[in-house]
Design a protein around this ligand. Sequence first.
Ligand SMILES: Cc1ncc(COP(=O)(O)O)c(C=O)c1O
Length: 392
Amino acid sequence: MKSWKLMNNAITPAQRQRLSDFVLTADRFSQGDEVRRFEEQWSEWQGCKYSVFCNSGSSANFLIVQAMKELHSDTNHLWIAPATTWATTVSPIMMSGQALQLCDVTIPSMNLCLDSFKQILYQHKRSFGARPKFLFLAHLLGFNSMSDELIHLCDENNITILEDCCESHGATFSGKKIGNFGRASSFSFYYGHHMTTIEGGMVCTDDEEVYEKLLLIRSHGLLRELPPYMQVKYKDQKVDENFTFMVPGYNMRSTDFNAVLGQMQLKQLDKHNEIRRDNFGVFANGLDKDKFYTDFKVEGNSSFCFPVITKSTRGDTLALRKHLESQGVETRPIIAGNLYEHPFMNRVNQYRHDKNAEVIHQNGFYIGNNHAVDAGDVTWLVEKLNAWKGKQ
Ligand SMILES: Cc1ncc(COP(=O)(O)O)c(C=O)c1O
């Protein structure tokens, strides 16, 4: 029997050795040179000015929302986010007391559905005379969700785009890495993602004002966390400069240990993404379009996994998952499916736009794609899926 896990051998023996050497010899473990080096290397890879390393992708999203709140605190704003995403794309918005409107997504690439987005703009304007201020766009499962039309709509309606790239490291739109289109973007380095720091996340931005808020909020709100050139303008504070708290902050720092791993993993990222992309090509080309949704947005994809969305019923889909699990293939739902199906959404009371999200919820699941998977494995998987009888 196969043993096809979501992720395999993400940390190599050489990397484990280097980590143990670091523990034995280092004299600084938090906010030291390794964190700074990792942030610099990540900025170079991502092609952005500033990167802020934190302890998870969820914290990265939280930092982004709080930074926007600090910079636009005149009132509570309306945020739009996809109806299918991970819970912690939207939780920080809800926790900050701001309004949330979910927008449907497309099948099978989970891009923001532009028809739904346009209706939402119209509905809010008609009912409340209000416009959404922020779009927290999530590029899911490695598919880029950016489009010229979306950029145009946001420009026209004065909507600030933030990007959740936690599942899409290295995905591109028009040849440019996603995460560089919005005012800030987030990445996750959780174990099952394109690269890992075990737990960890990064926020990227080109905006110095946003960068300043991210640094403060990541670390208790402390003035001394800012680079000296930024501290200067606040120097007349009447409290000790070591412990001057500038904004309500938290502790979302990671450690130098995790940053050492991040630097090593980053060196492999492009190579691993290429393997994932090639695997995904075999999957997308081989899948039976009568049984599954196969019209994937392949361009710019940085595959996270193999999404399977059946054209059958939920019962049949669950039976297929069970069959694959019995063959040693681990499966998961397509992240949160339809967020509206989850109890925590009971408190979100806006226009409902989740038709496609519901199909994904009922008939979707995914299988891990990682650098240990090869074309032979994918062919085996595709044959298994295509041999499935479909609707019973
Ligand atoms: C789209 C998305 N956003 C945010 C997160 C949160 O990342 P983390 O697990 O590092 O907190 C995830 C996690 O998988 C995710 O898939």
